[in-house]
Design a protein around this ligand. Structure first.
Ligand SMILES: [Zn+2]
Length: 99
């Protein structure tokens, strides 16, 4: 593992840590309101059997309490391209919060 790999890995975990802290403040693309405490959270991960050239490994799935729709985000807070969802699967129905 070169130094570059370590930096990229650290960045990835930092983004995830920050995303978990901040995601309830993100805004629903439809309602334009923060998801807040009522949003239901799940998590997606890249499917093991699919090899794609992408830096995306996991992220949150947020269900808006207002419109009851699921939105797939990256940990950086960007909406995941719906065309990419087939490469990912929802792995956790509920988060366990260790923080
Ligand atoms: Zn909404």
């Amino acid at each position: 593992m070169g130094r570059g790999t370590i930096v990229v890995t650290a960045l990835r975990y930092w983004r995830e840590w920050r995303g978990r802290k901040l995601c309830r403040h993100w805004v629903c693309p439809k309602c334009q309101q923060p998801f807040g405490d009522k949003a239901e959270l799940k998590q997606w991960e890249r499917r093991q059997d699919i090899g794609i050239k992408s830096a995306l490994f996991s992220g949150p799935v947020m269900r808006c309490a207002h419109c009851a729709e699921d939105y797939w985000f990256t940990w950086a807070g960007h909406l995941l391209d719906p065309g990419m969802r087939s490469a990912f699967q929802v792995v956790a129905s509920k988060w366990t919060w260790d923080a």
